[in-house]
Ligand binder design. Structure first.
Ligand code: ZN
Length: 250
């Protein structure tokens, strides 16, 4: 069986935007974008930023003609979590125009170098987005104050447009539920799902994409978040890239 997670020469998948949700009032001054992935973009002053930007300034996007398939590993799901997740997916869908497709449940555990092609588990297609509930014991990315992380993975072919094909969203259940009730949990979900479609952190504490959520009243998408999501949804219907057409390294 061939299994791979890094694709040589033609793709640079799997970059995750970590998220910090402070347990206490914001440490002052918090280094801006302290947990951004290395090539995350700094805020452009419009209240939003993209996780991956191409040379021409356009963000990397999901294809507009295929729904974003996702699977949920439900173990540890907080009470009401499914409903809150669906509401958050709906909000991101409304804001971007992108659609999500429920591809069922999974037993797959989150992993830092998650294979993007897992034919034994998901068939011969890009692995669906993994949404999982976890904690620092299982996933070291959740150590410290992180209530979750989320991010897209992209592939590209030579001369073609890079596009997102998969991703991961992982919640630290203990952290997210200790922040408050449904509204706080929903805010974390919405924040991580916004990462999944390509939105990065901003310094502006008036936006949901500021990495520190605790103790703030921002629990829904704000003007900057919405503008960024709208841009991320304004992509194209890309010709599909088949996983088997890309040679892996593993
Ligand atoms: Zn974040």
């Amino acid at each position: 069986m061939r299994s791979w997670f890094l694709v040589t020469t033609v793709a640079v998948p799997v970059l995750l935007s970590g998220c910090v949700v402070s347990e206490a009032p914001a440490p002052a001054p918090a280094p801006p974008g302290q947990d951004l992935s290395p090539d995350g973009q700094a805020s452009n002053g419009d209240g939003y930023a993209f996780v991956h930007t191409r040379d021409n300034g356009e963000p990397v996007r999901w294809s507009t003609c295929d729904p974003i398939a996702y699977v949920v590993r439900p173990d540890g799901e907080p009470e009401g979590g499914r409903r809150l997740l669906e509401q958050s997916l709906e909000r991101v869908s409304e804001a971007t125009g992108l659609e999500f497709e429920d591809a069922g449940t999974t037993e797959e555990a989150p992993a830092q170098r998650r294979p993007l092609h897992q034919p034994d588990r998901y068939g011969d297609r890009w692995a669906p987005v993994l949404i999982a509930y976890s904690g620092p014991e299982e996933d070291s990315r959740l150590k410290g104050r992180a209530a979750g992380y989320g991010g897209p993975a992209y592939v590209s072919v030579s001369g073609g447009t890079p596009r997102y094909v998969s991703g991961s969203v992982v919640f630290d259940v203990e952290q997210m539920t200790s922040m408050g009730g449904d509204e706080a949990v929903g805010a974390v979900m919405l924040h991580e799902l916004a990462h999944l479609v390509g939105l990065a952190h901003v310094d502006d504490r008036g936006q949901l994409m500021n990495p520190v959520l605790y103790g703030r009243e921002v629990t829904d998408l704000q003007a900057g978040d919405l503008a960024g999501l709208e841009e991320l949804g304004a992509g194209e219907c890309y010709d599909p890239i088949e996983p088997r057409s890309i040679r892996g390294s593993g």
